[in-house]
Design a protein around this ligand. Structure first.
Ligand code: GLY
Length: 383
């Protein structure tokens, strides 16, 4: 309680005054303007091919994936055309370049790919200095007889494959990390009785641009996000592939790996059935093998949306439906079958902003946001 009070005190004093506007939930709100949700599409398992879906933060780039599908390109390349744009985008701090770092200020990225037509997979975890782990995961699949390479081995593999190394920490993500450190330990800020206390913090926010980040930084310090992007694509022939990529839980212990690179959890594709993926708190998904569960449910005849709800049911059962603990996190599942039917369900119907969660769908005509089904018809996901 004392720690929480200090955190709130620091935030309210240091950056809360700059909090006008700009709030968004990481990995949930697209960085660019997008069309409003189309009610005609909501939760309707329409059959259409080709089709490509992603978590909401991919909506601005689904056109790129659809272009690959329409030109006869590979389904995995279509999904990668979407997620690599998000990995490259410093504004999305749940994925790739600009992703929020671990507790030591190092950006650690995780990603997986599954290629339905050839029934292959690749994955990497805890990769430093390489901004497109999804492409490294594809290289693991294509160039090795392994499926999963982690840490320093993954970085060296990427460099050997020609990936450029770079500093993935942006000015904004570095500031957010410093703010988190300052709220987490008194060692990382001048004492409350110091005359320098406010001045030092002001130094962190000394330009209008930085002040514009303040509300966002406040949000991610108080509620460390587990953003992520998942993308699934099916072509006109019914071939399907997918990928999931993330910077993982903000401020994580170095080496922590979430669900995104875990085949069967953050991603699973079976070319005979379809694919499933996830965003949100990876620990909960790993425990129920969510991606695999979704595909098996669809194999047994469930709609994509109901398959996602079944995965959430297993998450909820792990907490004996104890909402006081369940409300401490958020998780969303996504599903696409090889006929082009799609669905998504979120643990909580609404986010911290009180708005419904969405996923992104390109049906061959246009990209749009579609409302996720809610397992609990309530606001939740405290961190
Ligand atoms: N879902 C991303 C993570 O938990 O790392």
């Amino acid at each position: 309680m004392i720690e929480w009070t200090r955190r709130r005190f620091f935030l309210a004093t240091a950056i809360g005054a700059c909090a006008a506007g700009g709030r968004r939930l990481f990995g949930k709100t697209p960085a660019r303007d997008v069309p409003p949700p189309d009610s005609a599409l909501q939760n309707v398992a329409t059959k259409a091919r080709p089709i490509i879906i992603s978590s909401a933060n991919g909506v601005a780039h689904l056109d790129d994936g659809m272009a690959v599908l329409k030109s006869g390109g590979d389904t995995l390349d279509a999904a990668l055309a979407v997620v690599t744009k998000v990995e490259d985008d410093p504004e999305d701090d749940s994925v790739g370049y600009g992703g929020l770092p671990n507790e030591e200020g190092v950006v650690e990225l995780d990603a997986s790919v599954m290629h339905g037509p050839t029934r292959r997979a690749g994955a990497v975890a805890s990769v430093h200095n390489i901004k497109n782990p999804s492409l490294v995961a594809k290289a693991v699949m294509n160039k090795t007889n392994h499926v999963f390479i982690v840490g320093e081995g993954a970085r060296r593999f990427a460099v050997d494959e020609g990936f450029q190394e770079m500093n993935l920490l942006t000015d904004r993500s570095r500031l957010a990390w410093l703010a988190w450190k300052a709220t987490s330990s008194e060692n990382w800020r001048p004492g409350l009785d110091s005359p320098e206390w406010k001045e030092k913090i002001a130094e962190l926010l000394d330009t209008p641009e930085r002040q514009a980040w303040a509300a966002h930084i406040e949000q991610v310090v108080a509620y460390p996000p587990t953003g992520t992007i998942n993308c699934l694509a099916v072509n006109a022939k019914g071939e399907i592939s997918g990928t999931t990529t993330t910077s993982g839980l903000a401020w994580k212990i170095p080496g922590r790996v979430g669900d995104s690179p875990v085949i069967g959890a953050g991603l699973f594709v079976d070319g005979d059935v379809g694919g499933g993926g996830s965003t949100g708190r990876g620990e909960e998904n790993i425990k129920i093998s969510g991606g695999h569960t979704i595909v098996e449910m669809m194999r047994q005849g469930k709609s994509p949306k109901d398959a996602c709800l079944e995965a959430l049911d297993r998450v909820v059962r792990n907490y004996a439906i104890d909402k006081s603990r369940l409300k401490k996190f958020h998780i969303t599942f996504y599903a696409l079958n090889k006929d082009g039917e799609h669905g998504s369900a979120s643990l909580w119907a609404k986010g911290l902003d009180g708005k419904p969660h969405h996923y992104a769908v390109h049906d061959g005509v246009k990209a749009q946001l579609v409302e996720c089904a809610g397992y609990f018809d309530a606001v939740g996901g405290d961190y």
